[in-house]
Design a protein. Structure first.
Length: 692
């Protein structure tokens, strides 16, 4: 995602000098937060009264993953700078069809976010991973990593929380329903009056008009977001096209007035374009013959969105399709244990973990989940401008944002102690005889790609083994999008971005992966605008220097069978998927990168092909997703017998083909195909995987 190391090496000495000089004067804020002092014995976990999918649990417990109660709660309640909605709005928003809080535990659980009771670090009882962020004197609600990377499985009436595990969340439906609730608040007089009265009671708005203005603004922003990221393939539970959404949010904010005008002329008739651009130019005070304005501010963007929203739906769609790429490659939320010990992360090893890579990766994630981007055009000397490649002096873009780089660094460091969950003692006992045979099978069929590591070893390292999509045969859409998606470069045009095999000169249109890299670099290079001058520079210098020197992961080449990056194709290696260690894999269903296989047992079966006998065992082509009820025999989640989200593998991006090593179809790295495993061997292999 970002290759900060190559760009920042010359500036590290400058940053270190700033840190040593300024940190001696300004006390840096400590690493502790209210979450680290919160020792609630239940870690805030709440029980819902009724589950819409029929799950049943009366208690919640945690496994030993190396985190204490306070460690978990700190992870849940530490902001990364996401500003989804004004905080008071989230507290008081009602559901679309009834006067019940949108944030009620039962409703939150319906989207498979994890409800919490109030604790000292979470006094309003926000769900796991939803936190209050303060930016420029205002409070906002926003998600952090824990919202997508904290799981729960249920077994015999007990809910087991998995820290760092894949969430069951259906973020797509959550946001769509939030938009419906916001629109219903605007349109229904009684609902609106109740909402305004409750929001005003918090004391953060002075008048009703102010509340209504922000209500309309954030409704429009979220409506636009859901339309821009519409996918013909619904995500359902346990999945999200995070990169597609991050890409589109970058494209939304870097577009220049000139390129926006060009797109409008391309997709609308002459009369339609003339009418719209007359309004747009008035907002931007833009003169195409004289003005070199190349940045659209947040306020201007809101006004333009408001005008575009008045266009007929077909015209709006044509503009969106020209500016953005479909977010149509949903993938499972990855599990987070051992993330700091990886050399490369993300499903296709898109992000290096070396040097300053983790903070760049996490900055991109924060951009995607509603970090406020308050970019502005400035003149004069700027160290941040130099680091981002705009030069020391002259006119430059200042990449101010709400993104909390300090907390992103701390969150990443916090994960170092997290360990994979072990098979619980009250689950069916692991058969040692079967597991021993399973280990032999694992070494023959799996160990070439999936290295074994010791979960608690402080010296452990995870080397990502890449397999070209053509080799592993799994659904190619996520990898294809990451390599081939292009976008208008806007304010980044004519800048350079590193790729590892040389720099790309950003043209009128450029790979979105390159635009994301440049955007995250520029954002990280800009100190927090919400702090006084000396403090923001002291903390910025400290965070970058400490992150670089504390990170024990160094730059290294990628490993596996893949097409290497080259100057002719600098992103070739991204057309691959990576294998990682399988410790804790039992707790991370559904499987494959796109969640297209419900259990580990199913993963060891072949995909049904034309002509295959109907009485054979195959991976299911359709199954239900959403239940947290655990199946200890097949090792996965309940996938039938209830009405959840129906996963259809026939849809684009949902293929359950590939990775058929145990079925004798997918060849090993050396090209050999091993014999198909029989049922007893499959069960033996499962028994071994349970104990990793």
């Amino acid at each position: 995602m970002i290759r900060l190391l190559e760009k920042l090496k010359p500036e590290l000495k400058i940053a270190a000098i700033r840190y040593l000089a300024v940190a001696a004067i300004i006390p840096l804020s400590g690493c502790a937060s209210s979450g680290l002092r919160d020792r609630d014995s239940d870690r805030g976990a709440a029980i819902v009264k009724e589950d819409t999918l029929g799950d049943s649990f009366t208690t919640i417990r945690y496994l030993d993953q190396g985190w204490s109660e306070s460690d978990s709660l700190w992870f849940y309640t530490t902001t990364q700078g996401s500003n989804l909605l004004p905080y008071d709005f989230f507290l008081e928003l009602e559901q679309k069809d009834k006067p019940e809080p949108f944030r009620s535990n039962e409703n939150i659980n319906r989207y498979r976010y994890l409800p919490q009771k109030p604790t000292s670090s979470n006094p309003d009882g926000l769900p796991v991973g939803f936190v209050k962020d303060e930016y420029k004197g205002k409070g906002y609600i926003g998600p952090t990593c824990a919202a997508c990377h904290t799981g729960q499985i249920n077994y015999r009436g007990s809910g087991i929380r998995i820290d760092g595990g894949p969430a069951g969340a259906d973020m797509e439906t959550f946001l769509k329903d939030m938009v419906r609730a916001l629109n219903a608040t605007i349109e229904n007089d009684q609902t609106r009056q109740r909402f305004v009265k409750k929001v005003l009671a918090h004391g953060n708005y002075a008048a009703e008009d102010d509340v209504i203005r922000d209500l309309k603004k954030y409704t429009l922003r979220l409506t636009t977001y859901t339309h821009v990221n519409h996918s013909p393939t619904d995500y359902g539970y346990y999945r999200l096209d995070a990169f597609g959404r991050i890409y589109n949010r970058v494209l939304e904010h870097i577009i220049s007035p000139r390129q926006l005008r060009m797109v409008v002329h391309q997709v609308l008739s002459e009369d339609e374009a003339k009418d719209l651009l007359k309004y747009v130019d008035k907002i931007l005070k833009y003169d195409d013959k004289k003005d070199k304005k190349d940045l659209i501010s947040s306020e201007e963007r809101d006004q333009i969105l408001e005008r575009i929203a008045l266009l007929p739906p077909m015209q709006q769609a044509r503009i969106r399709h020209k500016l953005y790429n479909p977010a149509n490659a949903p993938v499972s939320y990855p599990f987070l244990w051992d993330i700091p010990q990886h050399d490369y992360v993300q499903w296709n090893a898109l992000a290096s973990n070396a040097g300053l890579g983790p903070v760049g990766r996490n900055t991109g994630e924060a951009i995607g989940v509603f970090g406020t981007l308050d970019w502005e055009k400035k003149k004069g000397f700027s160290l941040s401008s130099f680091i981002s490649g705009q030069g020391w002096f002259g006119t430059h873009i200042k990449f101010n944002s709400s993104i909390n780089v300090r907390n992103l660094r701390r969150l990443e460091s916090h994960l170092i102690k997290l360990q994979s969950p072990q098979w619980p003692q009250d689950f069916p006992a692991i058969d040692p005889r079967r597991a021993a045979n399973g280990e032999r099978i694992f070494n023959q069929y799996c160990a070439n790609c999936h290295a074994e590591i010791e979960r608690a070893d402080p010296e452990r390292r995870v080397v990502a083994h890449l397999s070209a999509v053509s080799e592993v045969g799994t659904d190619p859409k996520m990898a294809t999008n990451s390599v081939k998606y292009m976008g208008y470069s806007g304010i980044l045009r004519n800048q350079y971005v590193g790729t590892g095999v040389g720099d790309i000169l950003i043209n009128e249109r450029a790979p979105v992966s390159a635009l994301l890299t440049k955007t995250t670099l520029s954002t990280v290079a800009t100190p927090d605008p919400d702090k006084i001058f000396l403090r923001r520079w002291a903390e910025w210098s400290y965070d970058l220097v400490s992150l670089f020197f504390d990170n024990e992961i160094k730059p290294s080449i990628k490993h596996g069978n893949y097409v290497a990056d080259a100057t002719v194709n600098p992103y070739a290696s991204l057309f691959s998927y990576k294998a990682r260690s399988l410790n804790g894999i039992w707790a991370t269903a559904p499987y494959l990168h796109n969640g297209s296989v419900p259990t580990l047992y199913d993963l060891l079966l072949p995909k049904k092909r034309p002509g295959d006998p109907s009485d054979g065992e195959y991976r299911p082509d359709e199954f239900e997703v959403g239940s947290r009820e655990f199946d200890p025999v097949k090792v996965g989640l309940k996938s039938s017998g209830y009405k959840g989200f129906t996963f259809k593998t026939s849809l684009p991006g949902n293929s359950n083909a590939g990775h058929e090593y145990a079925s004798g179809f997918t060849p090993q790295a050396d090209g050999t195909k091993l014999e198909k495993l029989g049922k007893e061997d499959r069960l033996d292999l499962l028994e071994y995987l349970k104990q990793l």
